[in-house]
Design a protein around this ligand. Sequence first.
Ligand SMILES: O=C(O)CCC(=O)C(=O)O
Ligand SMILES: [Fe+2]
Length: 327
Amino acid sequence: MFGNYRTNSTFEEIPIIDLKDATNPDLEVRKALAALIRDACINVGFFYVSNHGIPEPKIEQTLDAAKRFFALPLAAKEELDIHKSPNFKGYTGLLDENTNPENRGDFHEGFDLGWEDPITSAVRDEGGLDGKNVWPEGLPGFRVQVMDYYHSVIALGRRLFPLFALALNIDEHFFDDKTTKPAAIMRLLYYPPQTGPVDDRIQGIGAHTDYECFTILWQDKVQALQVLNANGKWVNAVPIPGTLVINIGDQLARWTNDVFRSTVHRAVNRSGVERYSIPLFFGSNYDVRLEAIPSCCSEEFPPKYPVVTAGEYVKSRLEETYGHSKK
Ligand SMILES: O=C(O)CCC(=O)C(=O)O
Ligand SMILES: [Fe+2]
């Protein structure tokens, strides 16, 4: 049905979509919203959302937590080095990650965490990528603030999946049983400014696509994120107060047989001031087989990708990224 929906759109702007009707009781209203999302996913792979339901003070608190974390002495952060974690949790130092293999390392620091029960803090252990988070000492309230924001973003992700389903003309609840234990890694990111002569192969985060179904990104007021259009032009994802940025990742691109675009992007902070951002990568349950959704295939467009489970797929991508700095 969407066989010929692939476009080579050379978008110049990233659309803003108002989510106020995301759970409107009228199906026709939800479908109208889903049509805007379909258009953005097919043509751009990125969109902003307003009225996303995450209160500003909660975002501010999380930003404050991130600032306190990155201000810790290097040795304290290195205690939590991501390479010490069997499941990719903890701290990444400057240049430790290399998202674009042609580059020399990403000019950011990061802190990665995953799902914990909001009440008991219990973690899941499905094997693979779930499991324990690591937490810094001596930052009162850090864990609670960060997890509080994390769970709000997860709730937003769950509100988005039915809209993606409507956008694909499949049952609105198609993704429900496939996202009961969503793979959701969140990162606090800190980009120091890059001033003076800059090696083009050292960017805040090199050109890449995301691995999961979609990413929900908060960015501060500093312009750095850029999105590649089909003409090879980098389009700025200008910070817009009150919005979050949503972008499609490779899992959903595979699942939709490339009807939805997983668009290449990067972040380059040449602003002269530091920048913070917080992406959360929302995937399906790890054991879901990413088999092309029937509405996205036709005789002309048969399934393009071998079927893998979501967990196998993400793990192999993470191993590639962090292999660069394996100690
Ligand atoms: O910091 C940003 O704006 C983008 C981060 C990003 O693309 C990522 O972490 O995958
Ligand atoms: Fe990304």
